[in-house]
Design a protein around this ligand. Structure first.
Ligand SMILES: [Zn+2]
Length: 301
């Protein structure tokens, strides 16, 4: 069974923005880079794993972040594009803004890494056919923004209700993607929920087959390890390659940074869960970067 590990480097300021909190001072070093990335790199090094990091272009303009991004590349991991400024409701923006968000970040990341950037993830999984066509026009190899679950949009609605005015009005994954294929496919450019014939690939974020419960780290922190164990077992039964998602914030002591995420749990608990998941993936799967999976024709049944 093949597996891909992806890490979204959503900096603390992106979470603070969701909660309408003050932004950091311009140029400030973000703990997602100075602490979170380093902890992930240690875990990956220990397990000889090559992962894919999705980077926000504007973060890469800060010299200390740029140095850490170079370290990611030097350790053999893949860098992918997570837009220039991680805008809210990305897929509803004007076409020229979407193009600029992708292109600016693309140029910065290629210049910094010295490598071709070929993969993309939309902020908050806010993707549609219009964005996909733009990616195709920019010669991207893959998008990885589909979260094929009806639970995730409902969970975001619940968060809106629980947090009330404390959370910006953001849209996330679209419920119409709840039935897409669960592993690597070529989307129909007129209806990306279906298979098509184009050159661009879609690699959905893994959810548990059947119930389609999201099983990425955020959900495992909230629900427990059983969710990952169950999901992995079901994926193996169905011979579906795994695309496992973490976030840079997963390995941060967020209380220290005056940020509360309901049900997220303390650092020690999250660190243990991340270690457990990474070690299991290493021992039970062939783990590779996203581009390597595509290069090896990581198709499923
Ligand atoms: Zn993000």
């Amino acid at each position: 069974m093949k597996a891909v590990i992806q890490v979204d480097l959503d900096s603390l300021w992106t979470y603070r923005r969701y909660r309408n909190l003050d932004p950091p001072a311009p140029g400030a070093i973000d703990p997602v880079y100075s602490v979170g990335v380093k902890r992930f790199l240690d875990m990956f090094r220990k397990n000889s794993i090559k992962a894919t990091f999705f980077v926000i272009g504007s973060d890469a303009l800060i010299p200390e972040h740029a140095r850490i991004i170079k370290e990611i590349v030097e350790e053999g991991h893949e860098i992918a594009n997570h837009t220039m400024s991680h805008p809210l409701n990305f897929s509803s923006l004007a076409e020229e803004i979407i193009i600029e968000e992708i292109k600016k970040s693309h140029e910065i990341l290629e210049r910094l890494s010295g490598k071709k950037v070929r993969g993309f993830r939309a902020p908050m999984f806010s993707i549609d056919e219009r964005v996909l066509k733009i990616l195709k026009g920019l010669a991207y190899v893959y998008d990885s923004s589909v979260l094929p679950s009806f639970i995730a949009p409902l969970a975001l609605n619940c968060a809106h209700s629980i947090l009330g005015g404390g959370l910006r009005n953001i849209s996330g994954s679209n419920i119409r993607f709840a039935n897409t294929p669960l592993c690597l496919y070529r989307p129909d450019m007129e209806n990306m929920a279906k298979r098509g014939q184009g050159k661009l690939y879609e690699l959905p974020i893994s959810v548990m087959p059947g119930l389609r419960l999201p099983m990425h780290s955020t959900y495992v922190f909230i629900c427990g390890r059983w969710l990952f164990d169950w999901g992995l077992r079901e994926m193996r039964k169905k011979q579906i390659h795994l695309n496992y998602l973490f976030h840079g914030i997963d390995l941060l002591d967020i209380i220290k940074y005056d940020l509360k995420l309901p049900l997220f749990g303390g650092l020690e608990k999250r660190k243990n869960i991340c270690e457990y998941i990474i070690e299991r993936l290493k021992s039970e799967c062939e783990v590779m970067s996203t581009l390597d999976l595509i290069g090896k024709n990581g198709w499923c049944a």
